[in-house]
Design a protein around this ligand. Structure first.
Ligand code: 26V
Length: 836
């Protein structure tokens, strides 16, 4: 690190750790002690008496009280880790969609009853307090939420892990719907401060950008050393949040980096009267961590995004190296002590940056550094969508990261040489593996960089992993046939069953005992109750209560009344063409049409629920939101439908809303075009909570079918290979649509303005795409989807049978716990231990 410390920089030596005696500080878990401490926090940390305290003061006081109990475990975990010298995992992710933390912490410490009891003494309701906590939305969707589930599971199964990411000041935008259309508003989760985080100013690092590289003559017999002199430098400051695992057994750290200017104000400029100019640098520096990019399907190549990626990668690597050198003599055993997981390619520049730190800064030989780098990194791919794969224009990369660019060229040359020598690769296959895309204006391909810089590369479901081998990484897989493996995603049962569905959790405890809380595979014991009529009724009663709770939310937020006894058919996720919310909406329109034209038929009352955000620049996705809202307005106000069909779009989908929605579904919609959804994780949350899935053979749906049994899931539509085949044949929707009056009429209604009388042509483009191209196979899959929905209707008419299948879903979903995923990563990729 440079010696040019500014007044801001604390002296790291001043923070020498003192020995910690955990037993001395352990806090009591009983109600009296908790009640007393909550008031103590209120008085001495917040400065309020209980009589004057407002809701947010209680939230803060409870959080601080619970936090103290985690800190005991946290410090112990740190000490134990330092003493053991064992291997750690660093999970590098641009996104951590953690949501609220209080309920998670209280549940994992098994403190729910005691804290609720303690608060009751002051007439304060814990449930109400928990709802005040802002949602930490530092992520877009699946990838970010997976990182959060993984952090919780690592702490639960005992993998010593560090999460490394970005402390965005503004997380994912707040969505409102105005006149049917999405409006984006800034999110401000830090407004009332964040009691969970600890600023660690002693953990700060300088991050460089731009400038020049000069060659310096090395020692005799050694190659010249490259010296990078960045033109700009920014400080990365760590903020730590403890992540507590189940029963408080382990506590890991989520370390998020915040950008600060080295000089908060340019005094010379200020003194000479340039008051704005004096702040320009600090604004530019702080912009790096100010806002989360709200797109997850399109890589637009903005410079700020590349700055964010390098900023958090470099800070994390510098931190990893510094921690390593605190207890090790050199970096030559780095890969024995740390495993770095790259969550998608967003931190892939780390491969070049670690090489720079090892070779240029720590003087290691190139070959040794390369070996250590590869042994240290592993990479998870989360999407095959070509438009989402990251690649950066060379001129931008070179200007911002000149030394890393040189290193990438050197890595590329070595990989290509090896491919030619060992496997006889030629033109086409060399172009396929090259880290540089020569065809699109010369770009650095981050997927290729992450792949060659890692010892293991994984997909997130069996199908996705197969497709990785066949498509984007085909040539690299040929060159390194042992590198790709599968790690199917999972979700944490603590948040997604115990906390989100306390009713079902109590019922399960009463029925099969508490063993499943510690070992989710024991949930399978409930399978034998699927044929027990008494149990089925109780299971159905829990579901009904959860539906009533969601109905209340819908009524409060949208003033729409829905009947909890209707079939709740729910699709919640990011809005994307490939996720096919459009297919679901067309089915609603066709159903509407049928109900009107055949009023005497015994239709199943349905509530179709949608929620999800569109990237602000993704126009088609925004049109889909608009259409859902337009269709909802017309159907919900048509007396001819007689409450047989309701359509609801709930605004501002986030983790907290998901916690209410997942337990309230009868049908879970997982209807992506086959081959496009890498895994899905919402599919798992729904099924664990007893929803029946209607889905394509895509992502993890395939494995869910295998576990749940094909008779307990509604599978429809083209398979991934059939989709690929149709696309090769140049499929277009026109002939399909013309042969299906139901579909044709529904599309005609949409495109003729039945749902948008104020702008009849609003959906011409959307519908026209189906006729001309049908890239996402919506027309191609419509009939199969419609028929399958009607099969669901028929099953709904037999509640005993429906509930039996729902119970089997809950009983058979334990494999999709993120504890299982983490154990697999630990065993096959990280080679770290777990508790069990
Ligand atoms: C990509 C990009 C592209 C550049 C702009 C910003 C940005 C932000 C995020 C992403 C990642 C998209 C990939 C993603 O979220 N994949 C999802 O990962 C889930 C967890 O593995 C998986 O369940 C979903 O199927 C998959 O879509």
């Amino acid at each position: 690190m440079s010696a040019s410390m500014t007044a801001q920089r604390p002296d790291p030596d001043a923070a020498a750790p003192l020995p910690h005696d955990a037993s001395a500080s352990r806090r009591s878990y009983d109600v009296d002690a908790l009640a007393e401490e909550i008031v103590e926090k209120l008085t001495y940390s917040i400065g309020k008496s209980p009589a004057r305290a407002r809701k947010y003061d209680w939230l803060r006081a409870v959080t601080l009280t619970v936090r103290d109990r985690i800190i005991d475990h946290w410090l112990e975990a740190e000490d134990a880790r330092a003493a053991s010298g064992g291997k750690q995992v660093a999970y590098l992710s641009m996104e951590f969609l953690i949501g609220r933390l209080l309920r998670d912490a209280i549940n994992n410490l098994n403190l729910t009853t005691q804290v609720a009891e303690a608060l009751k003494r002051y007439n304060v309701d814990l449930d109400m307090i928990e709802l005040l906590e802002p949602d930490a939305a530092l992520g877009n969707g699946g990838l970010g939420r997976l990182a959060a589930c993984f952090m919780e599971s690592m702490a639960s199964v005992g993998v010593p892990g560090f999460g490394y990411g970005i402390r965005y000041v503004h997380g994912f935008f707040r969505q409102e719907i105005a006149d049917g259309a999405q409006v984006e508003l800034p999110e401000n989760w830090l407004l009332h401060g964040n009691p969970w985080e600890f600023e660690r100013r002693e953990r700060s690092y300088e991050i460089g950008f731009g400038g020049k590289v000069t060659s310096v003559v090395g020692e005799p017999g050694k190659p010249p050393r490259q010296l990078w002199r960045p033109a700009e430098r920014v400080l990365a400051v760590a903020y730590d949040t403890p992540i507590v695992g189940w029963r408080g057994a382990h506590v890991n750290t989520l370390r998020l980096w915040s950008a600060q200017a080295l000089d908060p104000i340019l005094l010379d400029a200020f003194n000479s009267g340039d008051h704005i100019g004096a702040l320009v640098e600090s604004n530019k520096a702080e912009a790096i961590t100010r806002v989360l990019y709200p797109a997850d399907s399109h890589q637009a190549g903005q410079e700020l995004r590349l700055r964010q990626e390098f900023f958090f990668s470099s800070a994390s690597l510098q931190d990893i190296i510094r921690r390593h050198l605190e207890t090790n003599e050199s970096l030559s055993n780095l890969h024995d002590k740390v495993s770095i997981q790259l969550n998608d390619t967003h931190p892939a520049v780390s491969v070049a940056e670690l090489m720079r730190l090892l070779v240029d800064v720590h003087g290691m030989e190139w070959d040794e550094a390369w070996e250590i780098t590869r042994q240290t990194f592993s990479y998870t791919n989360h999407t095959l969508l070509p438009e989402a794969l990251e690649h950066w224009p060379i001129h931008l990369f070179e200007r911002l990261l000149p030394r890393q660019m040189q290193i990438i060229y050197a890595i590329n040359a070595a990989v290509i040489r090896q491919a030619m020598e060992s496997k006889g690769f030629d033109g086409g296959r060399i172009a396929a593996i090259s880290l540089i895309d020569e065809n699109n204006g010369r770009r650095v391909r981050m997927g290729q960089l992450a792949f060659v810089g890692s010892h293991a590369v994984n997909g997130v479901s069996a199908l996705h992993t197969d497709l990785m081998k066949e498509t984007v990484f085909h040539a690299l897989h040929e060159l390194y046939p042992d590198r790709i493996q599968n790690k199917t995603n999972g979700v944490t049962p603590r948040r997604w069953l115990m906390e989100a569905n306390p009713g079902l959790t109590s019922l399960l405890k009463e029925t099969i005992g508490e063993g499943f809380l510690d070992d989710i595979s024991k949930i399978r014991d409930v399978e034998r109750f699927a044929t027990d009529a008494g149990f089925r009724d109780r299971f159905a009663a829990v579901k009904r209560e959860n539906k009533a709770r969601l109905a209340d939310v819908i009524s409060e937020r949208l003033a729409i009344s829905v009947d909890p006894d209707a079939l709740f058919d729910i699709q919640v996720k990011r809005i994307h063409e490939y996720k096919r919310q459009f297919l679901n909406i067309i089915e609603a329109v066709a159903l509407y049409d049928q109900i009107r034209s055949q009023p005497a038929t015994n239709w199943t009352p349905r509530v179709k629920v949608f929620a999800g955000k569109a990237a602000p620049s993704y126009l088609q996705a925004k049109e889909i939101i608009h259409l859902a809202n337009d269709v909802a307005r017309v159907i919900n106000s048509d007396p001819a439908v007689r409450d047989l069909l309701k359509v609801v779009f709930i605004p501002n989908y986030n983790v907290s809303l998901a916690e209410i929605i997942m337990p309230a579904a009868d049908i879970s919609e997982q209807i992506s075009t086959a081959g496009l959804e890498a895994s899905g994780t919402g599919n798992m949350k729904f099924a664990l909570n007893g929803a029946l899935t209607i889905g394509t053979l895509d992502g993890a749906n395939v494995e869910m079918r295998d576990h749940i049994g094909e008779e307990n899931i509604f599978i429809f539509g083209l398979t991934a290979s059939e989709v690929a085949q149709r696309r090769r044949e140049g499929h277009s929707g026109r002939s399909v649509i013309e042969g299906l009056p139901l579909l044709r009429d529904a599309l005609h209604a949409i495109s003729s303005g039945v749902f948008s009388p104020d702008e009849p042509n609003r959906y011409n483009g959307l519908v026209g795409n189906l006729y001309n191209n049908d890239w996402w196979m919506i027309a191609a899959d419509f009939q199969s989807y419609w028929d399958t929905q009607r099969r669901a209707d028929a099953l709904w008419a037999d509640p005993a049978e429906w509930n039996r299948k729902a119970i089997l879903n809950t009983a058979r979903m334990s494999w999709f716990s993120s504890d299982r995923s983490i154990r697999e990563y630990a065993a096959d990729i990280w080679r770290t231990g777990t508790d069990a």
